[in-house]
Design a protein around this ligand. Sequence first.
Ligand code: XMP
Ligand code: MG
Length: 186
Amino acid sequence: MRVDAKDMGTDLKEVLITKEEIDAKLAELAAKIDAEYAGKDLLIVGVLKGAVMVMADLARALSTPVTMDWMAVSSYGAGTQSSGVVRILKDLDTDIKGKHVLIVEDIIDSGLTLSWLLSNLGSREPASLKVCTLLRKPEAAKVAIDVEWVGFDIPNEFVVGYGLDYAEKYRNLPFVGTLAPHVYGG
Ligand code: XMP
Ligand code: MG
């Protein structure tokens, strides 16, 4: 069954990226990541909760054997704007010193969360530290970040689905869609 924005009631404005487009992009990114880490031990770190879908699908698209760990940070509260203040809600279970670490993100919006995460994880002396994100909003960037692998650059609109939420809803949509402004008071 094909789900589209109309099936989700009036909360969604439109489907921005289909499941098929996500699958194809992750296969493409996985091939590049496989090439980069050939013969190395790779730890992929997912940022909860938004990155669960990307982690699950990217990990399965990779040929490189990986270990997986998770971090949970908070920078948003229930709203749609990054505060820049990041708190660790759940730290990594493993010591990353000397390891090749790839942070897997759902979305880079202002970049404040990732910038904080890079300096935090960087201070733990990993052998390497790189980033793969499914989505990026270039117009929303408040800090410049070097991101190795980007799935899609998208317009500066609030998006939901494929792990991304608004007030914890819509994470299980198989596609990425834009939220109608009336839903968040826009
Ligand atoms: P920043 O602004 O720090 O944001 O780069 C990073 C985190 O904020 C969440 N985020 C979003 N979540 N739709 C969402 O559902 C969005 O459009 C959006 N923009 C940012 C997300 O958790 C991301 O990791
Ligand atoms: Mg979120």
